[in-house]
Design a protein around this ligand. Sequence first.
Ligand SMILES: C[S@@+](CC[C@H](N)C(=O)[O-])C[C@H]1O[C@@H](n2cnc3c(N)ncnc32)[C@H](O)[C@@H]1O
Length: 192
Amino acid sequence: MIFKEVIPIIREIPSTTEGRDCEEIFRIGSLVKENGVIIETGTGNGRVTTVLALATMNKNVKIITIDDYSETKRYSADKPVWSLDYAKNIFKKLGIIKNIEIVSNKTINYLKRYKGRIDLIYLDDCHLYKIVKEEIRLSKRIMKDGIIAGHDYNNWCSDGIAVSKAVDEEFKKEELNKYNTVWSVNYKKETK
Ligand SMILES: C[S@@+](CC[C@H](N)C(=O)[O-])C[C@H]1O[C@@H](n2cnc3c(N)ncnc32)[C@H](O)[C@@H]1O
């Protein structure tokens, strides 16, 4: 599948992730190899989960998507819907649910206990500086070789500190890729 074919599918899913960001997420997702594992944080209505599932179709890639829906009220203020039920219905309708594991938890709690592999982690849940830092650090601890990425590499902040500050502190400038507001790093533990 190419991204052009994905656009009409995701257009109807209310989301905070715009088209150009979805295009970059599709590109990053396509890099995940056969039988890989993706963790995505911040399921919301499932737009990014859908992009990742379509980018990895026929590769037997597992997508673990995490959301505690703690911010439903906030996102529902300007979206017609913000719910796990909505996301689940989309996954079922598109026939992608078999590759998706839904986790209702705080990302940090889940990552602290996670013992499996991760080929790609895409972070877009809580944007508080301290939480973003800890999620990146946990990702580095778990991962050997893969992509660490996330949303909102811009000046937007929920606590007065931009997500980009946490990202810049955790990675060297030269290893950071940016496209629109998506950041990503090809992470290899042995080089650290
Ligand atoms: C920016 S939205 C995600 C947008 C989504 N990726 C999309 O495709 O539109 C952030 C989501 O993260 C969830 N969230 C916030 N803090 C969280 C945390 N600590 N752990 C897990 N989920 C969290 C919120 O409930 C919200 O649904």
